[in-house]
Design a protein around this ligand. Structure first.
Ligand code: PAF
Length: 275
């Protein structure tokens, strides 16, 4: 695996590389990332990944400073799943001057759910992904369903800007007890880690309720929030939405997804399940 810290170096290396498949990351890789890379590898002639902790998508009180940076371990993992080129720029390479142009998704997409609790998050994500796409110029890119709203926003951005990139979704990878793998799971204490699958179980109960024909979605959502609260969580949202655009479903809509976010101690966990 070749490691490139500059845009010029990566571009030179990719000349004549053929069809490029791409998995962007912020590092601290777990099996969820590795699964995305395994999925992306056969989709092109050359698998590229990136590792960049993107300051633009962190709020002022969020964990940019403490976000785990595990470069050596990440490189070792990427090399085992066929990543041919890793783009790992520093901040001066990505943002040589403070970024003055942004990709700002419409509030109807970016200010709901995650965006309500993380203002500016999707502007930061869309901007860096647009920039990474311009640098890497992949033909196909793989994003995980674990970040369901992010996946929707990237799909919409690619469509609206007519970028010649196919966006492929990767399934969420879970621990045996159901907890969705996430870089932030490492923040959990042993007791919190034992408690953490409750979010998945609450969403699963809502999913079963919807599948069982319950149409009072607000009742299901409130039940799940109360379940979490009763076990010491601070739930931010549990919401049943349309998979396509994450808007409120009408009475007989199908293709739904249950999404949730909650604080367990000081760790914020998110998860979702398609119905
Ligand atoms: O999902 C992530 O890890 C990040 O949001 C991404 C897509 C790499 C952009 O920084």
């Amino acid at each position: 695996m070749e490691i490139h810290s500059t845009i010029a170096g990566l571009r030179a290396a990719l000349m004549g590389a053929g069809r490029v498949s791409f998995v962007p990351t912020m590092g601290n890789l777990h099996e969820g990332h590795i699964a995305l890379m395994r999925q992306a590898q056969p989709l092109g002639d050359c698998l590229v990944s990136s590792l960049f902790v993107n300051r633009l998508q962190f709020g002022p009180k969020e964990d940019f400073g403490t976000y785990p940076r595990t470069f050596e371990a990440d490189c070792a993992k990427m090399a085992t799943v066929g990543v041919a080129h890793l783009f790992a720029p520093d901040e001066r390479e990505m943002y040589p001057a403070p970024q003055a142009y942004f990709v700002q998704p419409e509030p109807v997409q970016a200010d709901i759910l995650e965006g309500e609790f993380r203002p500016g998050f999707f502007r930061g994500v869309a901007t860096v992904v647009m920039k990474l796409f311009a640098i890497v110029q992949p033909q196909v890119a793989v994003f995980g369903k674990k970040d369901y709203q992010q996946l929707m926003i990237i799909r919409n951005m690619v469509r609206e800007f007519a970028l010649p990139i196919e966006i492929v979704a990767g399934e969420t990878v879970r621990a045996e007890d159901g907890l969705a793998l996430s870089s932030r799971n490492g923040y959990l204490s042993a007791a919190e880690r034992a408690e953490a699958p409750r979010l998945y179980r609450a969403l699963e109960a809502v999913r079963q309720g919807v599948r069982g024909g319950e149409r009072d979605l607000a009742r299901l959502e409130q039940w799940a929030m109360a379940e979490l609260r009763a076990s010491g969580w601070i739930p931010q949202y549990v919401a049943v939405r349309k998979q396509l655009d994450l808007q409120l479903p009408a009475a007989h809509d199908s293709g739904l997804v249950v999404l949730g976010a909650a604080l367990l101690g000081s760790t914020r966990l998110i998860d979702n399940l398609e119905v």
